[in-house]
Design a protein around this ligand. Structure first.
Ligand SMILES: [Mn+2]
Length: 316
């Protein structure tokens, strides 16, 4: 990975003294770990930093110290922030209503690792790292910030989550070096892995069962298609369900259709190693990474599947 120049980002952090930190809607462990770690680093510099999410926190990483500082932006009871740091977010649109809490002239530092990041910031720190947490680590190293054990745990959590346990393709030798350094700072590796990967509710495991039961193979066994209806989606967090399509040998692309309301689907796409699913999602107005992306489509389940399979067929 070619690391970017951190100077402008360092200056941005040095110049401000009151920041709003945020990440994308449906916040995940990487975005949240980034917010929490950066808040701690800024606190060390004697600066004020509030975390305000576009939607209410769901306990995603409530096992981490610092979680109590994570707020829905409405809870902050103030607005007109003149300095914002947007983390792990490809476009300004995806911070939703947080935009209403920024001053019209607000300066924005955009720190992200999504392909196709729209570089919406006043300053953009965008690189092809495993995770935004890894990028924050490099920034903190370049700037000489003190990494406390609490911060190390927050960053390690985001890295472990976004790499799927150091398995996904954005994992590099540098990712392991960063993880090793964080581990040496006292991170409880087994505890964090358990919290991230062994913490489903019974209902969520049953939901996974429904999705697996619905699985069909298409395009010569290279695409696994799964489906969850509205009722099944209410059983819990379905973010990881799509990954199970890649358990099947020979499958290149896994698809999960999530019925939001009748005739409206959120679609998650995962790719094993060849197909760039961010391009496929983009052709339906969505986006994401080469190996993990999402989009929205309307129609019956069969119509939505047909459109997706036609597009995927061009990329196989
Ligand atoms: Mn991320």
């Amino acid at each position: 990975v070619d690391l970017p120049d951190f100077k402008e980002a360092e200056q941005f952090l040095a110049q401000g003294d009151d920041f709003l930190l945020t990440t994308h809607v449906n916040s995940d462990a990487d975005g949240l770990g980034s917010c929490m770690a950066l808040q701690g680093l800024l606190a060390h510099l004697g600066k004020k930093a509030s975390i305000g999410l576009p939607d209410p926190p769901q306990g995603q990483v409530d096992f981490l110290e610092g979680w109590s500082q994570v707020c829905h932006v409405e809870q902050l009871k103030r607005s007109g922030f003149s300095c914002a740091i947007v983390l792990d977010c490809p476009s300004l649109e995806r911070i939703g209503r947080v935009r209403d809490y920024l001053d019209a002239e607000a300066r924005i530092l955009n720190i992200d690792h999504h392909q196709g990041n729209e570089r919406f910031g006043t300053i953009n720190l965008v690189a092809d790292t495993s995770s935004t947490c890894e990028l924050i680590y490099h920034l903190a190293s370049a700037a000489g910030y003190l990494l406390e054990p609490v911060t190390a745990a927050q960053l390690y959590t985001g890295i472990l989550f976004d790499t799927g346990g150091f398995r996904f393709s954005l994992t590099t030798p540098t990712t392991f070096e960063v993880a090793a350094d964080l581990a040496r700072r006292g991170v409880r590796l087994d505890f964090i892995a358990d919290q991230l990967f062994g913490n489903k509710t019974l209902e969520e495991v049953k939901q996974l069962g429904k999705a697996i039961e619905s699985m069909e193979l298409h395009l010569g066994g290279r695409v696994a298609l799964m489906h969850l209806d509205q009722e099944a989606l209410r059983q819990g967090d379905s973010d990881e369900v799509v990954n199970y399509g890649l358990l099947v040998k020979g499958v290149e692309v896994a698809l999960l259709l999530k019925e939001q309301e009748s005739g409206k689907y959120r679609v998650s796409l995962r790719s094993r190693n060849r197909v760039d699913v961010s391009g496929i999602a983009a052709s339906f107005g969505g986006g994401g990474h080469a190996r993990a992306s999402g989009c929205r489509l309307e129609g019956t389940a069969a119509e939505v599947a047909e459109k997706l399979l036609a597009e995927i067929g061009k990329h196989l």
